[in-house]
Write a protein that binds this ligand. Structure first.
Ligand SMILES: Cc1cc2nc3c(=O)[nH]c(=O)nc-3n(C[C@H](O)[C@H](O)[C@H](O)COP(=O)(O)OP(=O)(O)OC[C@H]3O[C@@H](n4cnc5c(N)ncnc54)[C@H](O)[C@@H]3O)c2cc1C
Length: 488
């Protein structure tokens, strides 16, 4: 008989693990509390408008290619990928910087802002490319079991880059504050302040400028659809509306899970739900990390999000737009050092219908606005509306147009929804930040130290936050499970 595996959750990490484990001939069942698969990457369709609820930046296309190739498939078997040109636009209070789709055009833009800056930019990106090759092809493919995993001939010669920050590295090479913000932006995906992120993580800059920004036609949810269909093809049973209430342990072995009040036996349990929540499904004695442990950790931000339908095409925008017209440092402080609702938040606006007509009705625009905020903030309708007014006013001014009267509908999503819909710790959006002390073997472990057949995956464990790392996390945990259970 096949070894049976229950997977809690159906986010990118769970779907990835499910595919790899089914390929290894395990009998895999997914249990997802929500009505559709995808976790933080679900989709909202309303009145002909299509919104990705969570991720919208498709970076590191090589990792998606590798995932599908591992199953004898390719990305193009499932969705059409377009490279965005330009990649994105950044609005500052008195200037707009446009990031093109290749180094030559990006260098031109840098020269326009800071003459002479294209030379250090090329050198910076070349170093970032080396780091990308080391990080993506070696380090992130290791399961975070031991510090020795970080020791390779390549990392030994770069050890200084683990102790310097991306912020200092960027400032060493560039003087213009707008270029500094532009180069610090990619590491925000890792969930920490650039001044608290090792400069080795400049590989995110290579992902940005070197590999480019892509869009799956139909939206990011196409990837979830692809993975869900691949999982089903490989024989995975997918149960939605299936809330896992308990992981039942006997003699340090997970025996069963309780789903919607019913106890179901499995040989192995893997949770892709938020790590903190997953541990609360266990009796206290089987939890590895105390509440104090989680309290001490630096969490990635939460977000206030708005999904907005406009009844006209908007002007002066691109598919991805960053609004950096306020103080980056102050907003970062209000997220990490002195958590509170930000005075003058930076925000991000995504209009996928600018490049993909399928995302909105004709002559309409699909708009997704995101304000990063500290996790665990008080969240209510009044605050949400107050911030919507702030950003729409700024949006109108910076893009030189009136849009307020063209809003047909808007929905919001914030801390309370992250907790309610995903059991997210403190309502975090992107898991646990990748700082030096929360990297690799210093992150929560893929395998339980207390329950022999219990495993974890997802953005709170290795390698960290983001869609590509979640795909890798699923692969890493599947390898650990296969190693332990393949011969049974
Ligand atoms: C607003 C936002 C924007 C983002 N933007 C980007 C981006 O542009 N690019 C990028 O690469 N990344 C981005 N990310 C990060 C990326 O979306 C995440 O890192 C990734 O989706 C996390 O996947 P996961 O599998 O770890 O977790 P999740 O997607 O959270 O999956 C966990 C699943 O477990 C389920 N679950 C929880 N508790 C239970 C239970 N008791 N029983 C059953 N099921 C349960 C949840 O419902 C959920 O489906 C963004 C995230 C957010 C929120």
């Amino acid at each position: 008989m096949k070894t049976s595996i229950a997977i809690i959750g159906s986010g990118f990490s769970s779907l990835s693990a499910a595919c790899y484990l089914a390929q290894q001939n395990f009998d895999v069942s997914i249990f997802e509390k929500n009505s559709t698969t995808g976790g933080r990457a679900r989709q909202l369709i309303k009145d002909g408008f299509t919104f990705d609820i969570g991720p919208s930046w498709y970076w590191m296309p090589d990792i998606f290619d590798k995932f599908f190739n591992d199953f004898g498939k390719s990305v193009s078997d499932y969705y059409v990928l377009d490279k965005l040109k330009p990649a994105y636009k950044i609005f500052f209070h008195d200037e707009i910087i446009t990031i093109g789709d290749c180094m030559d055009s990006i260098c031109e833009e840098f020269e326009r802002i800071e003459p002479g800056s294209s030379k250090p930019l090329r050198a910076f990106i070349s170093k970032a490319q080396d780091n990308y090759n080391i990080a993506i092809n070696k380090i992130v493919l290791r399961p975070g079991l031991s510090p020795l995993e970080l020791v390779t001939p390549e990392t030994i010669t770069r050890v200084d880059q683990f102790f310097k920050t991306i912020s200092s590295e960027v400032r060493k090479n560039f003087k213009n504050p707008k270029l500094i913000s532009t180069l610090e932006f990619p590491v925000l995906f890792l969930g920490a302040k650039p001044s608290n992120t090792p400069s080795f993580y400049s590989f995110m800059n290579f992902a940005d400028f070197g590999l480019g920004t892509w869009h799956p036609r139909g939206g990011m949810y196409e990837i979830i659809k692809a993975m869900t269909s691949l999982a089903a093809e490989l024989g995975v049973t997918i149960n939605t509306n299936s809330n896992v209430e308990k992981i039942d342990v006997e003699n340090k072995k997970a025996k069963s899970i309780t789903v919607n009040g019913e106890s179901l036996n499995f040989d192995v349990v893997l949770s892709g739900a938020d790590y903190h929540h997953s541990e609360t499904l266990l009796d206290l004695e089987y939890r590895q990390y105390s509440e104090a442990y989680w309290q001490r950790k630096i969490f990635a931000p939460s977000s206030l999000l708005f999904y907005v339908g406009f009844d006209k095409k908007l002007q002066n925008i691109e598919h991805h737009n960053l609004f950096f017209d306020t103080d980056f440092e102050q907003h970062a402080e209000e997220i990490y050092d002195n958590p509170k609702w930000p005075e003058n938040p930076l925000f991000y606006a995504n209009f996928p219908s600018v490049t993909d007509a399928s995302m909105a009705p004709e002559n309409c625009e699909t708009g997704f606005f995101l304000i990063p905020i500290a996790p665990d903030l008080k969240d209510n309708e009044t605050l949400r509306q107050q911030y919507f007014d702030i950003i729409i006013n700024r949006f109108e001014k910076l893009t030189a147009q009136k849009v307020r009267k063209n809003i047909i509908f808007k929905e919001s999503f914030c801390v309370n929804d992250f907790i309610d819909q995903y059991n997210s710790y403190k309502g975090n959006a992107y898991g646990m930040a990748n700082t030096l002390l929360q990297t690799a073997f210093l992150r929560p472990k893929l395998k339980s130290k207390k329950v022999s057949n219990l495993f974890f995956t997802g953005q709170l464990t290795v390698p960290g936050p983001g869609v590509p790392p979640s795909l890798i996390s699923g692969k890493l945990v599947s390898e650990l499970i296969s190693k332990q259970f393949k011969l049974n």
